[in-house]
Write a protein that binds this ligand. Structure first.
Ligand SMILES: [Mn+2]
Length: 411
């Protein structure tokens, strides 16, 4: 039983001013379909963050439509869960119909995780689909109906404890969470928009599963064991990912304890490249470079004083490949560029962080009522109860309820 494990597609994402949906993401989808034809997996697992926003653009929706339609034509099983960037209700639209074509999209979190068994030649494999989970959601009446779950780790363990895991077949958990291995956090990229740094689940919570297909962290890596992994985002979403490969994760399950994981190379429309030097050096390097169009380039200017017309001159030489210019003087004490979203966000308070995050995700600003709700929740949080005590029913407006869910997921 073979499957591709992918995650964090973030269809519709921008790399600085470049809309990746125009060239890079469609190119990746075509290359991925070629890899599917070549390696003939039985299934494709997409572990959350299909889209970059809760309300995706038409172009992003069309590309996802194309991807799953082509996989259905090839008779592949497809397993999809919503990530923290997705709206589970929107993503799982017509999921019943799609399931008739072996496209399984998990909807909102319920007590019993959706499970699907695929019959393989060597072994059967059961996939358990766990939508993005946070404590208050797991504690809800419709899910576990408990009031003693305050951490993500407790919530995940409590939810998994009520699943009857079929021991007769191999099991794969599909999840989109922040998972640690013995207290060691995963290696982060700066493209993840994780607010507050909360939500950690220790990987031992997933010990019952033969393979754990994770999404959420954008650098591909194993977590604690070979068979618990982040697939990473498929193409480069930030210069902090410069030295990471973007290979595909192919998992082959022969039986219990007999799982092979392979990394399959995939061509990308553009690679990232960083050039550092004085303006003079950068201009020389740029004019010598023959294959600029294959890259998105970041120039790091090392001049002590910025020469006049530096940007214009760099643009003339590097053309549209130049996506970002920064000065080495901007490097923060921790070596992080001051223009990176992480450093920029750290400088804002959490209320501003949230407003900005909301605006990026929803394409609209918080209105006065909504800001009031955010303020109220943050005040409750700062009193140290650690628990959100705002009564959802006391919020009259439907969209504000959505906002509350959104805030709870983000924190
Ligand atoms: Mn993501």
């Amino acid at each position: 039983m073979k499957f591709f494990h992918i995650a964090d597609l973030h269809l519709g994402r921008m790399l600085y001013h470049i809309p990746l949906i125009e060239e890079d993401q469609p190119f990746w989808v075509e290359q991925f379909l070629l890899a599917v034809d070549e390696h003939q997996p039985d299934a494709v697992v997409i572990a959350g963050d299909i889209y970059d926003r809760k309300v995706p653009s038409v172009e992003a929706m069309k590309l996802f439509d194309h991807l799953i339609t082509e996989l259905a034509k090839r008779d592949k099983y497809v397993f999809v869960i919503p990530g923290n960037h997705d709206s589970s209700a929107r993503l799982s639209h017509v999921r019943g119909l799609l399931a008739m074509h072996r496209i399984y999209i998990a909807g909102e979190l319920e007590r019993d995780l959706q499970r699907v068994t695929v019959h393989g030649e060597e072994t059967d494999v059961t996939f358990y689909l766990m939508p993005y989970l946070f404590p208050r959601l797991a504690a809800d009446e419709r899910v576990l109906g408990r009031d003693d779950l305050s951490t993500y780790d407790e919530a995940a363990r409590a939810l998994l404890a009520v699943q009857e895991i079929d021991e007769s077949s191999c099991s794969v958990l599909v999840a989109h969470q922040n998972v640690l291995a013995n207290g060691v956090p995963p290696e982060h990229s700066e493209s993840e928009t994780i607010i507050g740094g909360l939500g950690e689940i220790e990987c031992s919570a997933f010990d019952a599963f033969d393979y754990v297909a994770l999404g959420h962290i954008h650098n591909a890596q194993r977590i604690g064991r070979e068979t618990a992994r982040y697939a990473g985002c498929p193409i480069y979403y930030d210069f902090s990912e410069l030295n990471r490969d973007k290979a595909l994760t192919l998992v082959n399950i022969h039986g219990k304890g007999r799982i092979e994981v392979e990394r399959i190379e995939i061509p990308l429309k553009h690679m990232l490249r960083r050039e550092s030097g004085t303006l003079k050096e950068l201009l020389e390097a740029g004019s010598r470079m023959e294959d600029k169009e294959k890259y998105y380039i970041q120039c790091v200017l090392c001049d002590k004083y910025l020469p006049p017309r530096a940007l214009e001159q760099l643009r003339e030489v590097y053309g549209s490949s130049l996506v970002n210019v920064k000065r080495s003087i901007d490097e923060g004490r921790d070596g992080r560029a001051a223009d990176s979203p992480g450093a920029e966000l750290a400088a804002l308070n959490i209320r501003e962080q949230f407003s900005r995050f909301y605006q990026e995700q929803m394409n609209e600003m918080l209105d006065g009522d909504q800001e009031g709700i955010v303020q109220k929740i943050l005040e409750q949080q700062s009193r140290g109860s650690g628990e959100f005590i705002l009564d959802v029913k006391s919020i009259p407006r439907e969209d504000s309820r959505e906002l509350l869910d959104f805030l709870l997921q983000a924190t």
